[in-house]
Design a protein around this ligand. Structure first.
Ligand SMILES: [Zn+2]
Length: 156
């Protein structure tokens, strides 16, 4: 059993325990240098938060634990293939690697939309059932102008 396998087993245990606790079947662990920084479980229905996925919860907790917005050097382990939200959260968090156990097909078989969203992202936005609309109003660039000229900014 590799270190990856052991951390994945931990994420899977969290996921299974979360079901018994009334949550979704997802768990995640953030690890750096062999040390567990934080864990997360799905809390969507309990927190009334559609973004409270296990990986997002683990990333938030790991950042709080390390007092940093970056998880560079860390690995995100997930009981299941991260959905597009969580995969991107991992990229934003700058984790070195993402490792998962079950995949989008396992999630789909249990009634979750991960695979559907991956499929949707590969299609032209004009064909989406929920339109994504771009309207370049006059002030659209102002926040970025403010950012570029800001003296107090923390790049991320
Ligand atoms: Zn997710």
């Amino acid at each position: 059993m590799t270190d990856d396998d052991r951390w994945l087993a931990r994420a899977v245990e969290l996921a299974t325990a979360n079901v018994a606790d009334g949550g979704g079947p997802f768990g995640a662990v953030v690890v750096r240098d062999g040390v567990e920084l934080a864990t997360g479980v799905n809390r969507v229905t309990r927190d009334l938060d559609p973004t409270a996925h296990a990986e997002v919860m683990a990333i938030r907790a790991a950042c709080r634990a390390t007092d940093s917005h970056s998880l560079e050097g860390a690995v995100l382990y997930s009981s299941c293939e991260p959905c597009p939200l969580c995969l991107t959260a991992g990229l934003w968090a700058r984790v070195d690697r993402v490792v998962f156990a079950a995949d989008r097909h396992d999630a789909a078989a249990a009634g979750f939309d991960d695979r559907e969203f991956y499929d949707l992202l590969e299609q032209d936005r004009d064909t989406w059932p929920n339109p994504v609309v771009s309207r370049r109003i006059e002030t659209a660039g102002e926040p970025f102008a403010a950012w570029r000229s800001a003296e107090k900014r923390t790049p991320y």
